[in-house]
Design a protein around this ligand. Structure first.
Ligand code: ZN
Length: 462
């Protein structure tokens, strides 16, 4: 029902033994697919028994308020950390939907026209809050019966905190149970704080993501050295280091790396500002779920340290605190959202630093086309920020190794843990090229039955 030959709007609809369920109910973020957010669901939300949620990213949970608004009354099963992150993401999304609707209304009035969609928000904060009582949390590795002998279990996907792969066990009539495995979004091995993705020995059917199914990532082991280099050169030049960052996971990962570099004396003690209210709330979620951290991070905690906190870290809660950063002389590090510079407090930090050759803008995440971040990264001489033109004189840098998604070899390695060939593998959550090349790669190496799913494909798993 989504993320089929594209990478957002994740959603699967399943019927088994009379139970109807969804795995994920995500929002579409690709511009040309956004209409689907407004269309009727291709199923009746009132007749669904439950939703299984892999993780808290918007493209996996973002249409849950719409589902509830249209009559869904069942449970939403997920891990406790996923619930906490989904609440933050959904409230933020509702706020953006309301702002968008207002702007659309204004634009349409000025232009004297009507748009294809009503000038009302897709959902509001009240709609988002109505979703929360339906969350039903499940610990990792603990099967829960969701009806008629169907069991679901959640397993660490190593993608963001609380992220899961979901294993469904469905009783067959007069035959063995069938195991259906959903990879969800799969993380990389050796990501700071997070544990590695779970491996499985057996599955009858597998639904695997393919975001980077035709690519190999750069080594993530060089990230600390590259980050230290960026901090030290900017400090020597006397400017500020401005890092646009995503609030969920990437910011916490950055804080972890900065913490480690400080401990190892690889960077000087500078003030580090985390200037994103959303990142602050997500970091609090990390503090509440320490049991999910990897071994290295648990050892750090046992020595009395927090992975995302260190001397010199300043959290900006208010706009006034954020603006006060401009008055500090000497080098500071500023981490702010949004990650692609499309909104948020990063914009005024860019205004204050982008014209200074001694400052640096450091990109640590994917920059989609037509975003301000991408324009800067592509080397524009001049950019428009909040209605004003600015010359780009700051140093523009990028660290490549950051990624929250497994690459081709990591995806293949995960599938290879299965001891015997599944009856069928369906490739989802990837652009057509990535998905097709990954399917061909697996078919070539293993000879398995594997195909790329299309939007609203219907299959019988017998
Ligand atoms: Zn994700």
């Amino acid at each position: 029902m989504g993320a089929a030959q594209n990478v957002t709007g994740s959603c699967y609809y399943l019927e088994a033994a009379g139970v109807r369920l969804l795995v994920d109910c995500g929002m579409y973020q690709e511009r040309d697919l956004k209409d689907r957010n407004w269309a009727r669901f291709p199923f009746d939300p009132r007749h669904l028994d439950c939703v299984l949620l892999t993780h808290g990213h918007l493209d996996h949970c973002g249409l849950l308020p719409k589902l509830v608004k249209e009559g869904f009354k069942g449970r939403i099963y997920c891990t406790p950390a996923t619930e906490d992150i989904a609440r933050i993401i959904l409230l933020d999304s509702a706020k953006l939907q309301v702002e968008d609707a207002k702007q659309k209304q204004k634009r349409h009035e000025q232009e004297g026209r009507k748009g294809p969609h009503p000038e009302i928000p897709l959902y509001t904060q009240i709609d988002a809050e109505r979703t929360f009582p339906l969350f039903s949390t499940v610990a990792y590795e603990t099967p829960v019966e969701i009806g008629r002998g169907i069991h679901a279990s959640f397993h660490d996907a190593g993608h963001i905190l609380g992220s899961s792969m979901i294993r469904l066990s469905v009783p067959g009539d007069n035959k063995e149970d069938r195991i259906i495995l959903f990879s969800g979004d799969m993380g990389r091995r050796n990501t700071p704080i997070l544990r590695d993705p779970t491996l499985f020995k057996k599955a009858d059917y597998v639904l695997v993501e393919s975001t980077y199914g035709n690519r190999l990532h750069k080594e993530n082991a060089t990230i600390p050295a590259e980050l230290a280099e960026a901090v030290n050169t900017t400090n020597n030049a006397g400017g500020n280091l401005v890092i646009p960052s995503f609030a969920v996971e990437r910011t916490q990962e950055l804080l972890y790396h900065l913490h480690m570099l400080l401990r190892e004396d690889k960077i000087p003690h500078l003030l580090v500002f985390m200037d994103s209210p959303m990142a602050m709330r997500v970091t609090e979620v990390f503090s509440r779920h320490r049991n999910l951290f990897d071994q290295e991070t648990l050892e750090l905690i046992s020595r009395g340290e927090h992975p995302c906190d260190f001397p010199g870290l300043v959290i900006c809660r208010t706009m006034a605190e954020s603006k006060a950063i401009n008055h500090i002389r000497g080098t500071v590090i500023i981490i702010a959202g949004s990650g692609m510079c499309t909104g948020g407090r990063i914009k005024h930090h860019l205004i204050n630093n982008i014209t200074r050759p001694e400052s640096a803008i450091l990109f640590v995440g994917y920059q989609a086309e037509a975003t301000l971040g991408r324009t800067i990264l592509d080397g524009a001489d001049q950019v428009r920020i909040l209605g004003q033109e600015y010359m780009v004189r700051a140093q523009i840098q990028k660290i490549e190794g950051f990624s929250a998604h497994a690459d081709r070899d990591e995806l293949f390695g995960w599938l290879s843990a299965l001891k015997s060939p599944p009856r069928h593998v369906f490739v989802t959550h990837g652009e057509p090229e990535a998905a097709n090349e990954f399917a061909a790669w697996v078919r070539g190496k293993k000879g398995w039955n594997i195909s790329v799913a299309s939007y609203q494909d219907e299959v019988t798993l017998d």
